[in-house]
Ligand binder design. Structure first.
Ligand SMILES: Nc1nc2c(ncn2[C@@H]2O[C@H](COP(=O)(O)OP(=O)(O)OP(=O)(O)O)[C@@H](O)[C@H]2O)c(=O)[nH]1
Ligand SMILES: *[C@@H]1O[C@H](CO)[C@@H](O)[C@H](O)[C@H]1NC(C)=O
Ligand SMILES: *[C@@H]1O[C@H](CO)[C@@H](O)[C@H](O)[C@H]1NC(C)=O
Length: 449
């Protein structure tokens, strides 16, 4: 792919050094004390900030890629979108110096635990940042604010599909600036800056916002970012509109493997395994290397802990009367049968079931255990962390069964693939009570460089 040349391209659009920026502290102080709009008069114009480029040699010259995802999308789909954007970043890096700014977590539809603060959550609460950085350069949003000189995003592209759809049989990758189809979720303030959700960082402003119709994989964005804009910070909103560059390829798996869960969450999961499931890495043959680049386990060599792992997705999956989701009775029957076949006495259940449903399941299956967070656990790990602990424990089971087309279950499949468990023990799902053709999940074989 042709792309604008290195240094020349990198420096485009940035005028001379300009006046020195006021200390960052002052800016942050200003934000805390004053209404943001009045704190930033003309003397704080974002152009200056960007041009002056704040601290540190690492920050010099590099461009920032930010993104966000359609608000209703859940945690696990968002993890998938990260893989697509990471792939785009790798493409950009072939030509220019870019860094990915990790979109803070928050305001997710499923994260409903009351009374806990679940917004502006940095990635490090859920994932191991040094591990992510062994795949691509990635920084937290607050680091972006600090090193780029303030909460300004020079260009926001809202991604959308083509209004006219596409004609059958004529698939082609394309991207064009088009009028916005949906109502724009950004509006101008009195200083002509765009305001929007921006992950709950109210002080963030966009300088330009436009809509791009896109049809294709993540890297169709690359020429636009390299050639059509000289903005130093570019945000792709609705990034789920980009497809995978190469789903299931080496590059996909590199990124996926780099998404190592935060250590403190793995520790909680491991302690639960020891305490309730008689499961340790030694006896389960599931050793884990802190450095994912050094981890390559032959499929089938890991044994897994002496328990059945279950992911039983309920709530909206049940309310939708989906044919491929079992009744609790049906699920309990299947669980019993699997425990017998695989000679497992213990069963771990991860579920988002409402209390009444959970009690019903417990009645049908008294021996089941699950990770029951205390209020303190919840406050500490948040709904996302609890989900990760559940996934981690399911990933270590000798045999796993999940729920049809749940991205939560899919992420467990991948984790088990990384751990090296036999695919036969992984790609299983519950069938609906009356489902005729109960097709089982596809095995996406792990690929290494
Ligand atoms: N702790 C825990 N949370 C769950 C479980 N199942 C679902 N959830 C919660 O419900 C959300 C389910 O949605 P996600 O899987 O993240 O979102 P999604 O991308 O819409 O995925 P699916 O709806 O499952 O395809 C998760 O993010 C969790 O917050 C579970 O077994 N344990
Ligand atoms: C990018 O620039 C090229 C060349 O000027 C133009 O043809 C194309 O339409 C632009 N693409 C977008 C998405 O703006
Ligand atoms: C725990 O597992 C070990 C094998 O790893 C086994 O020898 C032991 O009996 C188990 N203990 C219980 C209480 O099941």
């Amino acid at each position: 792919m042709a792309a604008a040349g290195g240094e020349g391209g990198r420096r485009r659009g940035r005028a001379g050094p300009g006046p020195p920026p006021p200390p960052l502290l002052l800016l942050l102080l200003g934000m805390a004390l004053c209404p943001p709009a009045s704190a930033l008069g003309d003397e704080f114009s974002p152009g200056q900030w960007a041009a002056a480029g704040a601290a540190g040699s690492a920050a010099k010259g590099r461009r920032y890629l930010l993104y966000d995802v359609n608000p209703p999308e859940g945690f696990n789909l968002r993890r998938d979108v990260y893989i697509r954007v990471a792939s785009l970043l790798k493409t950009l890096l072939k030509t220019e110096d870019w860094v990915l700014v990790l979109p803070p977590w928050g305001r997710l539809y499923h994260w409903q635990s009351p009374d806990i603060h679940q917004v502006r959550i940095p990635w490090s609460e859920f994932f191991d940042l040094p591990s992510l950085n062994k795949n691509i350069p990635a920084i937290e949003y607050e680091q972006f604010i600090a090193e780029s000189g303030g909460p300004f995003i020079e260009q926001v592209y809202v991604l959308q599909s083509y209004a006219e759809g596409w004609k059958e049989g004529t698939w082609e990758e394309k991207i064009d600036e088009r009028p916005c189809i949906d109502q724009l979720l950004y509006s101008k303030d009195k200083h002509e800056y765009y305001r929007g959700w921006f992950w709950g960082y109210e002080e963030t402003r966009g300088l330009k916002v436009s809509c791009l119709s896109v049809q294709g994989s993540a890297s169709v964005m690359a020429p636009v970012l390299l050639k059509n804009t000289s903005a130093r910070s570019v945000m792709l909103d609705r990034a789920e509109n980009l497809l995978h560059d190469h789903y299931g390829g080496k590059d996909y798996w590199d990124t996926r493997r780099s998404m190592v869960f935060a250590r403190h969450l793995r520790v909680v999961g491991d302690e639960f395994r020891i305490k309730y499931l008689n499961s340790t890495d030694g006896s389960d043959k599931t050793s884990y290397y802190e450095d994912w680049t050094k981890m390559k386990v032959k499929l089938g060599t890991a044994l897994g802990g002496p328990y059945l792992g279950v992911h039983l997705r309920r709530r909206d999956f049940v309310w939708g009367h989906r044919e491929d989701v079992p009744s609790l009775k049906g699920a309990a029957k299947k669980i019993r049968s699997l425990m017998k076949i695989h000679k497992l006495e213990r069963v771990f259940v991860a579920t988002d079931a409402v209390v009444e449903e959970f009690e019903e399941l417990k009645r049908l299956l008294p021996e089941m255990v699950r990770f029951e967070p205390t209020w303190e656990d919840l406050e500490l790990y948040k709904d996302g962390g609890i989900a990760i602990i559940d996934q981690w424990i399911c990933a270590h089971a000798r045999y796993f069964i999940g729920t049809s087309v749940s991205t939560f279950s899919f992420r467990i499949h991948e984790e088990r693939e990384i751990l090296g468990l036999d695919p036969k023990t992984t790609y299983n799902r519950f069938c609906g009570d009356k489902e005729k053709n109960c097709e089982q999940p596809t095995h996406w074989k792990i690929a290494y460089r």
